[in-house]
Write a protein that binds this ligand. Structure first.
Ligand SMILES: Cc1cc2nc3c(=O)[nH]c(=O)nc-3n(C[C@H](O)[C@H](O)[C@H](O)COP(=O)(O)O)c2cc1C
Length: 199
């Protein structure tokens, strides 16, 4: 009996609402869609002279993601990065495809659906620490969007090399930026992929 009474009250209230109109000119509510805000984004990057960091920050702002720096277990000195010197650390790592420089920080990426993955181009490729990263972290089920900065080189096959080392995740085409890329450059790239936070 109580149930019938409740149903009757709800039906009468609904009819009255319809007859009265839906609040005049109030916009019709848009049904929930799987909005971008439902996607959890991280911008994971390695950067030694802060160019990639600057682009990573812009991506994080445009896409609404968390910034996570890949920190080397042994930081690179300026001598290590003296790429004209064949004996410097970065050059030696570049020549050694088994080199896997350690990562100091432990990252919990389990909650992220989408990973922007950034690095500087070193010797036409990604630094070997990025190889360590993709071999260490489980990217299964995630969308990976590579990006890089460089003096002039394109992204080349650097992102494909990383993808081939892991075979996990869905990798989108990567993008190279100059270290001085503007926020608008970065935002329009993010928006073009339908990943802008406010879209
Ligand atoms: C060891 C080393 C190797 C580099 N090799 C290249 C290269 O092959 N092509 C290029 O255009 N720039 C090269 N660069 C320049 C960097 O890619 C560029 O300055 C980048 O924006 C640095 O990013 P970061 O500031 O995030 O470390 C190299 C820089 C270093 C330190």
């Amino acid at each position: 009996m109580m149930v019938i009474a409740i149903v009757a009250v709800v039906a009468i209230a609904s009819a009255a609402f319809v007859l009265a109109g839906n609040g005049g000119d109030r916009p019709t509510p848009v049904p929930d869609t799987p909005a971008d805000s439902d996607v959890s984004t991280a911008v994971v990057y390695f950067s030694e002279t802060e160019n990639t960091k600057a682009v990573a920050e812009k991506i994080a702002q445009a896409a609404g993601g968390d910034l996570i720096r890949i920190t080397p277990a042994i930081e690179y000195t300026s001598g290590d990065l003296d790429y004209g010197n064949r004996d410097c650390r970065s050059n030696a790592e570049d020549r050694d495809d088994s080199a896997r420089p350690g990562i100091a920080n432990s990252m919990d990426l389990s909650g992220y659906d989408r990973i922007f993955l950034g690095y500087p181009i070193w010797y036409g490729d990604s630094p070997k620490i990025m190889w360590t990263f993709v071999e260490t972290y489980d990217l299964s089920g995630k969308t990976v969007i590579p990006f890089c900065t460089s003096g002039s080189s394109g992204i080349g096959s650097s992102a494909t090399h990383l993808k081939d080392l892991t075979h996990q995740g869905t990798w989108l085409d990567g993008k190279r930026f100059s270290g001085s890329a503007s926020y608008e450059d970065v935002r329009s790239w993010v928006a073009g992929m339908g990943m802008e936070a406010s879209a």
